[in-house]
Design a protein. Structure first.
Length: 258
């Protein structure tokens, strides 16, 4: 069962006061309205919901003006993950990194890092490094039935009850620069952006995202004066369940800065 279907089932359970969604949401006093909203509009992003219900990870000082997001602080997003955690920290002396090695038929697993409250308003730029190790066979988030990627980085904001998520991907065969997977409802706005595609494998690529510019481009029609809500967290995903193929990647060097 894919994550969205799994969440829809849990939302219906929550309407009846049953299941993990109702229990978890009840902890923060939002079970009833969240369940009703999910039923009305389909589903709320599981990764975004899990950020709301999980404690913030610890960020550390990095380069001047930047805050490093320690790869050891990423945690399994249980509500959007299977029982097997196929990620591990590699303590490389020059650059510790997270290695993801997906093998079918595992259920997919997502890791997340929720920013502490004090860091959210100042986050204007996001940087990270990644390298594809194994590409899922013909994986392409923008092609129906082939929605797998060697690496995905989620960037997430929140305004009121609505979550905004951009999924940056290293695709096996998608067109670099393509945007797809547009979702809009009262609780969620989401799009997928293919940042890298194909090889070379085992080669680090370094990404730098202007968070405010990206939010305005994808969610505010490019309005340069649109207000940008707080940036709340980062997630990663390596998967190959749709193409039933192996997929692997490394992630490192996450940081935010003003």
């Amino acid at each position: 069962m894919n994550p969205l279907t799994r969440f829809a089932v849990r939302a219906r359970q929550a309407l009846r006061g049953e299941g993990p969604l109702a229990r978890g949401a009840a902890l923060v006093g939002v079970a009833a309205p969240l369940a009703r909203g999910a039923a009305l509009v389909g589903v709320v992003a599981p990764f975004a919901l899990a950020l709301a219900l999980s404690p913030p990870a610890r960020a550390e000082g990095g380069a001047p003006g930047a805050t490093a997001l320690d790869v050891r602080g990423f945690r399994v997003v249980k509500r959007d993950s299977g029982p097997v955690n196929y990620y591990r920290v590699v303590e490389d002396p020059t650059l510790p990194f997270l290695r993801a090695e997906y093998r079918p038929p595992l259920a997919t697993t997502v890791l997340g890092f929720q920013l502490p409250e004090a860091e959210r308003a100042r986050a204007r730029h996001l940087k990270w490094s990644w390298r594809a190790v194994t590409l899922p066979k013909n994986g392409n988030e923008c092609a129906k039935g082939a929605e797998d990627a060697a690496a995905t980085v989620y960037a997430t904001w929140k305004r009121g009850l609505r979550w905004y998520t951009l999924k940056y991907q290293w695709s096996a065969s998608g067109t670099k620069g393509a945007v797809c997977g547009r979702k809009r409802n009262p609780f969620l706005a989401q799009e997928t952006v293919i940042l890298e595609s194909g090889g070379p494998l085992n080669t680090w690529r370094h990404e730098s995202i202007d968070l405010e510019a990206e939010f305005r481009k994808h969610f505010e029609g490019g309005d340069p004066n649109a207000e940008v809500p707080p940036f709340v967290g980062v997630g990663i995903l390596t998967d190959g369940d749709q193409t039933a193929s192996e997929s692997a990647a490394d992630y490192a060097g996450f940081s935010i800065s003003p």
